[in-house]
Design a protein. Structure first.
Length: 608
């Protein structure tokens, strides 16, 4: 969840570190710091709060001279946000400096051990233990000291390390937390994510668990945990610099909302050939698809909501039973995976800790895992048996939009492929679905053209305290996503309910003037949703309805209506979610909040 950047090369390090950290702000943080070697000693500057505070303290990096350094944005786990708890941390003589993303689970006994050896601790963090352990085991060989530390810590980590005795080098190692190595003629880099270094290079190495990297200005070497040199494949990132910039939009979130038509098209187009769905990366034969007896979908947050839509869509298209699990709960319910089951793990970053743990458990139980991810070369992409990339491009805003939409699209295509092979979709229906799928980008763009109407309505509810979202079937799943979007960026309490559950207790919370967002796009459920809408209106609710063009009954009952174009009933979430995203965005803007970096949240949740 923290952000790490490191550089060694021919240029001043501090400005590069600060620039890289600014590209990682989306990951969430409460403090920041940098360490730069000036030719004599390692200088460390840390600050609580936004990165601008650190910029001021270092004169935008000009106040820290040196060609090698590491930087960090911290999201507090152990110890409150403070200058003392901020990274980098160091040994008592400040000759070893470390930045850390992850959690050291056995830090307390290690801390007690180091205190018994005479080491003094100044922070409340688990990371300071690493700095003192490195000092304790360092006998002149940095790699040897690092490996000894790794053998003694339990938990997750990505580390950037500097030794004053090795002034022209940065060392990096990881386990279960993301870390990449970038290389260029001007120097070499470490980073938690591609956007941090995209300005400087698109050539990267993805390092695996327990692998160690040694960077100098001109060279990068990789080692396993036995300190044996290994080779790694250099990968060229296809994103360009502009893809990770705002491009004239006020916020990344709005930019990414508007990128959805193109992102969805990018997910669809390469996988339709001669009017058929072709997903080569599945690496599954028709016989293997015929043998599937159950599908398990695993995700967190918005990815879980994609799974909820997926349950309805996949069961309808394939007639295969589908279970959906929160990744954080999957391991702890002692799951039973039936033979011939397929597990789908959905993650934007491909680094989500809970999802990765669920993936590994599923594999240990003999299941084959498909990863649906956006980030090429991410851990889930590498460890899943097969991977289906969404190709959404970099998503910077913490609140996901285009990643969610492309994950939905991937699920639709998976359902259509399986349904075609299993003969649970008729040829006529299959052809119609192909046509409607290809029209989704155009219809999303049509909805975006009506944003002023939603912006006006959102401004009226910027001071709301409670908002309810209701729907049935896939509309319930869409309501869950709409509620999450609103909560995470506007801090307004909202809840999503299956509309039929209102009468079982929830309706007691409806009172005069409370906003209820009713999503109604499923023709077979129109009449039921009208009844539920009347139920809340008679208790004083103000109803904002999201409907398809032909749903006249809901239009008559609602107080405010937004229409989406008609499409196949399996695909309506791709359209209904757009007004919900815009509503959450404009409520947050009206409140003057930091849309892209909501409080307490991180983009890539790499700790449990």
């Amino acid at each position: 969840m923290c952000g790490i950047v490191g550089y060694v090369g021919e240029q001043e390090a501090a400005p590069i570190l600060l620039d890289g950290l600014s590209k990682l702000e989306y990951r969430g943080y409460d403090s920041a710091g940098v360490a730069v070697y000036d030719g004599n000693k390692i200088n460390v500057v840390k600050a609580k709060g936004r990165l601008d505070v650190l910029r001021d303290l270092t004169q935008d990096g000009a106040g820290l001279s040196g060609f090698v350094g590491i930087g960090h944005t911290r999201w507090a786990t152990h110890g409150e946000p403070s200058v003392t708890n901020a990274h980098p941390h160091y040994n008592q003589s400040r000759t070893i400096t470390v930045v850390h993303n992850g959690i050291i689970e056995n830090y307390q006994p290690l801390r007690e051990k180091m205190i018994s050896k005479g080491y003094e601790f100044h922070s409340e963090t688990d990371t300071e233990v690493l700095a003192h352990l490195l000092d304790y085991y360092y006998k002149g060989d940095p790699k040897e000291a690092i490996v000894k530390v790794l053998h003694r810590v339990v938990g997750s980590y990505a580390l950037g390390i500097m030794f004053q005795d090795y002034p022209g080098k940065v060392f990096a190692v990881r386990k279960d937390s993301p870390l990449i190595i970038g290389t260029s003629e001007q120097g070499n880099y470490i980073a938690s994510d591609v956007p941090a270094i995209l300005k400087y290079t698109r050539d990267v190495y993805y390092i695996d668990n327990y692998e160690l990297a040694e960077l100098s200005a001109k060279e990068v070497y990789f080692y396993n945990q036995d300190c044996e040199e290994i080779s790694k494949e250099l990968v060229t990132v296809e994103w360009d610099v502009e893809a990770a910039e705002k491009g004239g939009y006020e916020h990344f979130m709005l930019k990414e909302i508007y990128e959805q038509p193109k992102a969805v098209e990018n997910t669809i187009s390469p996988r339709i050939k001669d009017g058929r769905i072709v997903i080569d990366e599945l690496n599954m034969t028709p016989e293997e698809i015929q043998e599937i007896r159950r599908i398990y979908i695993i995700g967190c947050g918005s990815a879980y909501h994609v799974g909820m839509v997926g349950k309805y869509v996949l069961e309808k298209m394939t007639r295969i039973p589908v279970e959906v699990d929160l990744a954080s709960e999957f391991r702890y319910r002692d799951p039973i995976l039936e033979p011939n089951s397929m597990v789908i793990v959905i993650s934007q970053s491909g680094e989500t800790a809970d999802s990765l743990a669920a993936l590994r458990l599923a594999q240990s139980m003999g299941a084959k895992v498909l990863g649906i991810v956006n980030v090429v070369g991410s851990t889930i992409a590498r460890e899943a048996d097969n991977v289906m990339y969404t190709w959404a491009g970099p998503e910077i805003s913490v609140a996901t939009t285009k990643a969610y939409s492309t994950q939905l699209t991937a699920i639709y295509m998976l359902g259509m492929l399986f349904g075609d092979i299993r003969k649970t979709i008729s040829p006529e229906d299959y052809s119609k679905k192909i046509q409607e799928l290809q029209l989704l980008p155009e219809k999303i763009l049509q909805i975006l053209g009506d944003k002023e109407k939603i912006q006006w309505f959102a401004s009226k509810y910027a001071n709301a305290e409670h908002i309810f979202f209701i729907g049935r079937g896939t509309d319930y799943a869409a309501s869950m996503e709409g509620s999450l979007k609103l909560k995470e960026i506007s801090y307004i309490h909202s809840e999503a309910y299956a509309a039929g559950e209102l009468k079982h207790g929830t309706i007691s919370l409806i009172e005069d003037g409370i906003l209820t967002v009713a999503v109604s796009t499923q023709p077979e459920l129109y009449e039921k949703m009208i009844s539920n809408t009347v139920e809340v209106k008679t208790r004083g609710a103000y109803v904002f309805a999201l409907v398809t063009e032909d749903n006249q009954g809901m239009k008559d009952e609602a107080d405010f209506v937004v229409e989406s174009p008609s499409t196949d009933s399996c695909f309506t979430t791709s359209l209904s979610v757009i007004p919900l995203q815009l509503f959450g965005y404009y409520v947050s803007v009206a409140k003057g909040l930091d849309v892209d970096k909501p409080r307490n949240l991180a983009k890539s949740v790499t700790v449990e």
